[in-house]
Design a protein around this ligand. Structure first.
Ligand code: GAR
Length: 208
């Protein structure tokens, strides 16, 4: 079955959704490794110790050195797909090139809106009526790769960044699982920023 590696810096609820779907037979895949830039990330505890890799960027000379160590550990478990799920460190261009086409990120906004951090507060400040999450292919430019699928939620009166984050997270899990099922099916290809479904160009993100 499909080999999935997950990059995570924190809680790992998206990782847990993947693990649960596999355990319940809803996704034919294996999580072959969880990789973190935070040795104390709760996400790591969700898989057995032999499938964990973590290191602190502080212990490396520069970004390239850290990315090379991460990339070597990743390559050693021969993943078909590498999923950034709450991975909060920028991936350098060489790392992205090494794994391009196999690297996917879930981002808590309706891209191209609100790349980067604090997406929920920014959507609230802008007075938006809706918000959501996107699954996209990773390119060197932050949160700029082709979007495969999106899920939307309303912004409600009285929302705080926290309440909105919670509503978005609830749709992130099914969004990520549906995206992974599509990726695992082999029906999706990506080349030079162009995503194809069954060999036909996808002109807009799938709505999930
Ligand atoms: C999720 O909301 C994810 O979209 C976001 O971090 C959270 C991780 O939650 N990712 C980013 O902001 C990436 N820039 P989790 O650790 O419970 O999966």
């Amino acid at each position: 079955s499909v080999r999935i590696a997950v990059l995570a810096s924190g809680r790992g609820s998206n990782l847990q959704a993947i693990l649960d779907a596999i355990a319940h037979g809803q996704l034919q895949a294996d999580v072959v490794g969880v990789f973190s830039d935070r040795v104390d990330a709760a996400a790591l505890q969700r898989v057995p110790a032999p499938r964990r890799w973590a290191a602190s960027p502080r212990d490396f000379a520069d970004r390239v050195a850290f990315d090379t160590a991460l990339g070597d550990a990743l390559a050693a478990c021969t993943p078909d797909w590498i999923i950034c799920a709450g991975y909060m460190r920028i991936l350098g261009a060489a790392f992205v090139a090494r794994f391009e086409g196999r690297l996917v990120n879930i981002h808590p906004s309706l891209l191209p809106l609100y790349k980067g951090l604090n997406t929920h507060a920014r959507a609230l400040e802008a007075g938006d009526a809706e918000h959501g999450a996107s699954v996209h292919f990773v390119v060197p430019e932050l949160d700029a790769g082709t979007v495969l699928a999106q899920a939307r939620v309303p912004i409600l009166p009285g929302d705080s960044p926290e309440s909105l984050a919670q509503r978005v997270l609830a749709v992130e899990h099914p969004l990520l699982l549906a995206s992974l099922a599509l990726l695992a099916s082999g029906r999706i290809t990506e080349q030079g920023g162009q995503v194809q479904l069954d060999g036909h160009p996808l002109f807009s993100p799938l709505a999930l």
